[in-house]
Ligand binder design. Structure first.
Ligand code: ATP
Ligand code: MG
Length: 204
């Protein structure tokens, strides 16, 4: 090994030691053990698919998972098909209506939203669920189909060991305040805007 390489390696080792000390200190400081409330928001692609990534993580540990979807597209997404067909242990409830700009029926949508929320409430009140995903819930708040305080209370009062993931654009500052982890997916660019059709296995 050249002298230059040896120096580089020594510098790298020193930097990694420093980094490890930092990480270890953060790990030691995080001493609270409880379920986590995660909000995945923003205009970019990746919110629901990230939530379903957590579903797979939880299933890897045989955890009990519930998924409630507040907006169902006309076509079932791959992850929905997979859960329906391959994961009988996952409780999946889908709102029985399509996108609100398709139904154009506010009263009907509100009734469906409330019915769907009732399913979410069951899961949020059941300590046997380790993870509950509330996909596209934010739109129910944005359209005022569901009462914000009722939703916030149910999220806050869920069993302490239960984690919850909420997805959807917006959601409001009170929801952001309540959640433990909030990630905003930024729309830098999206294939669809360049005329590329939504792709099976990627977009749905
Ligand atoms: P995904 O389910 O792929 O993680 P998402 O949950 O972040 O996406 P949604 O608003 O729920 O986003 O929309 C889902 C569909 O819309 C996907 O087909 C996704 O590729 C597409 N989509 C998401 N964001 C954008 C965007 N900024 N521009 C165009 N299409 C988008
Ligand atoms: Mg989504």
């Amino acid at each position: 090994m050249s002298e230059d390489q040896q120096k580089k390696n020594a510098r790298h080792k020193q930097a990694m030691q420093k980094q490890k000390a930092k990480v270890d200190a953060h790990i030691a400081a995080a001493d609270t053990e409880r379920g986590v409330a995660v909000l995945l928001t923003g205009n970019g692609k990746g919110k629901s698919s990230s939530a379903f990534g957590m579903v797979i993580r939880a299933l890897g540990y045989d955890q009990k998972v519930g998924v409630v979807q507040f907006i169902k597209g006309a076509q079932l997404s791959g992850e929905e098909l997979y859960i329906k067909n391959q994961c009988p242990q996952v409780t999946l409830y889908q709102m029985g209506t399509g996108f609100t700009w398709n139904t154009q029926d506010r009263t009907g949508d509100i009734a469906e939203a409330e019915k769907t929320w009732a399913e979410a409430v069951k899961m949020l009140g059941d300590p046997s669920y380790d993870l509950v995903v509330l996909d596209e819930l934010t739109y129910m708040l944005a359209y005022k189909y569901l009462d914000e305080q009722t939703v916030l209370d149910a999220l806050a009062q869920r069993p302490s060991e239960q984690s919850v993931v909420v997805t959807g654009r917006g959601g409001g500052s009170a929801l952001q305040e309540l959640m433990d982890t909030v990630s905003e997916v930024k729309d830098v660019k999206h294939a669809f805007k360049a005329g590329i059709k939504a792709r099976q296995g990627v977009d749905y």
